[in-house]
Design a protein around this ligand. Structure first.
Ligand code: PLP
Length: 445
């Protein structure tokens, strides 16, 4: 470690980092610069960022167009309140651009600063909606085990990963979890002749009936589960989920925080299955991480419910940074880049190449399954293929070996995740596979 890095690491001790433990933070990389898919540390290491930051730097690092968009907007009008009675030019243009952009009938956007705030806004809007509809008891939210929905109190307990709850309990009783449609290791009850998609959808219907449809306000799901281990659902799952939500008057929230804006090879994830949500939450890819921005889109029906309220029933929700002018200006430019450079199509093509390359690693005895959709892939590490016993310790070792070889992935339990910038090229995709393969080879000795 050079002296500059040592000095920065010492100063860094003044920060409490997200999901912090001193052990997990030990040996932290100090990143100084980024360009394309590459990160450069203060120590002189060049790292291929196989995670695009946290699944978000879709257009890659060092984009001058985005820096310029921020600069121009900051000079003109950096920030103003966006609370009722005032608006600004970029948020207006962005809301207009997003009207119907994801799915027809989702024409109204509310802006927040990130995915957790977006999901919290969705949960509150569900309560608001059902109250206005004369069904105030519909407050429960059904989510899946393994889901990650963020870190506010409500989104923490919507999240279905136990370690996020351990030290923050008791859990909020309004959140109910059901098995995820995880073909490699489905946790629910699977009847003879039933597909995992059917069984996982049936789990939703059973949960609604068990809790009572009059108490269930919404179901929330990531189209492809990210933090839970990159779980790609079987194709029959989401169409059934949509039908069940309709049958019991349960709103369907699509958490497209990772899958929105192209990552899966479609502009939005649920489009793969031709399914439309009532509320869509987004963040990350809308600005490629160049500015903090997230939000939710609501159906025309929900919009109408907000619109027609008496003044005493106003939708009293919003953040200081809702509709942040600079963040929205950057988002507009970022979407322009995604469209002009055809990054959605690129995610599909490069994603297939990445998946094909990673699949070859299934020859290692400890690679249980490789899966993915577009540029989001997971490599699941097991003790052996027969028992499918998860091996998070081995996954962590492979992660470290790969990082030493200049490849950044993310160990999620026993699954290594890959979600590189969408601008990645063929040679860089091949580098991911080659470096990961070399790290795995090192496990044999
Ligand atoms: C699917 C999903 N939803 C919500 C969030 C929370 O977003 P944020 O960290 O911007 O609050 C994340 C973050 O990784 C996510 O992956």
């Amino acid at each position: 470690m050079n002296s500059k890095t040592a000095e920065l690491i010492e100063k860094d001790r003044r920060q409490l980092h997200p999901v912090y433990h001193p052990k997990s933070h030990a040996g932290a990389l100090v990143i100084e610069r980024g360009e394309g898919v590459w990160l450069y540390t203060t120590d002189g290491q060049k790292i291929l960022d196989g995670m695009a930051g946290l699944w978000n730097v879709d257009v890659g690092y060092g984009r001058e167009e985005l820096a310029r968009a921020a600069y121009e907007q900051m000079k003109t009008m950096s920030y103003t309140s966006n609370f009722s009675g005032m608006t600004n030019v970029p948020s207006t243009l962005l809301a207009d651009k997003l009207a119907g952009y994801a799915y027809p009938g989702l024409n109204t956007t509310f802006f927040a600063s990130g995915g957790s705030e977006a999901n919290d806004s969705a949960f509150k809007t569900v309560r608001y909606y059902w109250k206005r509809k004369g069904q105030p008891g519909k407050v429960k939210i059904i989510a899946r085990r393994g889901a990650y929905h963020g870190i506010t109190l409500a989104s923490t307990f919507a999240t279905g990963i136990a370690r996020y709850h351990t030290m923050f309990g008791p859990p909020m009783p309004e959140f109910v979890h059901i098995p995820a449609p995880y073909p490699y290791r489905y946790e629910g009850d699977l009847r003879p002749g039933e597909t995992v998609g059917q069984a996982a959808a049936r789990a939703l219907e059973e949960a609604i009936l068990r809790e009572g449809p009059e108490t269930v306000g919404a179901f929330i799901a990531e189209p492809v589960m990210g933090v839970g281990g990159v779980i790609v659902p079987p194709p029959d799952y989401f169409p059934q989920v949509r039908a069940i939500c309709d049958k019991y008057q349960v709103l369907f929230i699509a958490d497209e925080v990772i899958t929105g804006f192209g990552r899966t090879g479609e502009m939005f994830g649920l489009r793969h299955w031709n399914v439309k949500p009532d509320i869509l939450t987004f963040a990350k890819g809308i600005t490629s991480g160049y500015q903090p921005l997230g939000g939710m889109q609501i159906s025309d029906e929900i919009r109408e419910t907000v619109e027609s309220a008496a003044e005493g029933e106003a939708w009293m929700h919003g953040y200081t940074y809702s509709g942040h002018a600079t963040a929205c200006a950057v988002a507009l430019k970022n979407l322009e880049i995604i469209e002009a450079e055809k990054l959605v199509e690129r995610a599909r093509l490069m994603g297939q190449r990445l998946l094909d390359g990673l699949k070859k690693l299934e020859e290692f005895p400890f690679v249980g399954e490789v899966r993915g959709l577009g540029l989001i892939c997971g490599v699941e590490i097991v003790t052996d293929k027969e028992s499918r016993q998860p091996d998070p310790a081995l996954a962590a070792r492979i992660f470290k070996e790969a990082q030493a070889r200049g490849l950044r992935s993310r160990p999620l339990g026993n699954t290594l995740a890959f979600s590189p910038p969408l601008i990645i090229n063929e040679a860089e995709v091949d580098e991911i596979v080659q470096r990961l393969g070399a790290a795995m080879d090192a496990m044999r000795v």
